[in-house]
Design a protein around this ligand. Structure first.
Ligand SMILES: [Zn+2]
Length: 98
């Protein structure tokens, strides 16, 4: 299902609210203190925290350290892009439009 324009803008609003929430800021800071290096293995200092299982799929794990990964900004963008591509290609298979 492709989200329509309204849903997309609602989603962005929701994302912004989540990422700017005090609770997330605290959680992220604590996680990075515990895990200061990017977990992709590049060895750079992490500045962002990635959700292994998408927050939309498992909102209950949004603050669960087991579901978090410390990342640099470029690594985080890369992994997010890769995941979107994966999702798109598996969606195509489901639809039989490969
Ligand atoms: Zn990295």
């Amino acid at each position: 299902m492709v989200p329509n324009r309204y849903e997309q803008s609602q989603q962005r609003k929701e994302d912004r609210a989540f990422y700017s929430s005090a609770r997330w800021q605290r959680c992220r800071k604590r996680y990075i203190q515990q895990q200061p290096l990017c977990e992709c293995g590049c060895g750079e200092m992490a500045t962002e925290v990635h959700h292994k299982i998408d927050r939309k799929e498992r909102p209950d794990l949004a603050f669960d350290f087991d579901n978090l990964e410390a990342m640099t900004k470029p690594c985080h963008s890369r992994i997010t892009r890769e995941r979107q591509l994966e999702k798109k290609s598996s969606k195509k298979e489901e639809d039989g439009n490969v």
